[in-house]
Design a protein around this ligand. Structure first.
Ligand code: FMN
Length: 185
């Protein structure tokens, strides 16, 4: 049996009933058995300021950077805020991007996202891909998991119930697992 692939999941929403965090939970449930998805908590990161950075990276930033470095890949679940990624997600990315021994560089990564709108975070996802160029993230291209009308695809407990979307999420995890495995060899 091949080694387990370890992925860090980052949700760009701090909302308790977040569709994006629920999407990460679905990804964990639907992942192949040889992929372990751990969901990071970015709620403790302060707002980025260079003044804070020069006093020393906050512990929450260092911990997140360590976890990303140790992982085989990343899964982002991004909300769409005003046609882009959320501020909290960009803030987390900005902090980690300032660490030495760049945790993002060369990391296989995948994107998913959910919104109440019809386009299912498409515009935010393409912004995230653009950000990933500078970070040297290795985003996989397909499948694109853009979950529109999210309120109809999750139940009241935040479980992803829409069968075709569950299939897409499972396929995304297989594609990320395969990319991470290629990255290791
Ligand atoms: C500041 C703000 C901006 C938003 N802009 C968009 C947008 O551009 N496109 C969209 O589809 N939804 C937009 N929404 C709606 C979010 O997609 C929706 O609130 C979604 O549920 C947020 O993700 P979450 O459930 O993971 O918290 C916006 C919401 C907020 C709070």
């Amino acid at each position: 049996m091949a080694d387990t692939i370890r992925i860090i999941g980052i949700s760009g929403s701090l909302r308790k009933a977040s569709f994006n965090t629920a999407l990460l939970r679905a990804a964990k449930e639907l992942a192949p058995p040889d992929l372990q998805l751990d969901i990071a908590d970015i709620s403790q990161l302060p707002l980025y300021s260079h003044d804070v950075q020069v006093q020393g990276f906050p512990e929450a930033v260092q911990n997140l950077g360590e976890r990303i470095r140790a992982a085989d890949g990343l899964l982002f679940a991004t909300p769409e805020y005003n046609y882009s990624v959320s501020g909290v997600l960009k803030n987390a990315i900005d902090w980690v991007s300032r660490l030495k021994d760049q945790p993002f560089a060369g990391k296989p990564a995948a994107i998913c996202g959910a919104s109440a709108g019809l386009l299912g975070t498409a515009r935010a996802q393409y912004h995230l891909r653009q950000i990933g160029v500078y970070l040297d993230l290795r985003f996989i291209n397909k499948p694109e998991v853009m979950v529109g009308t999210a309120q109809e695809r999750f139940d009241a407990e935040g479980k992803l119930t829409h069968a075709p979307t569950r299939k897409f999420v499972g396929d995304l995890m297989v594609a990320l697992r395969d990319a991470a495995r290629r990255g290791k060899s």
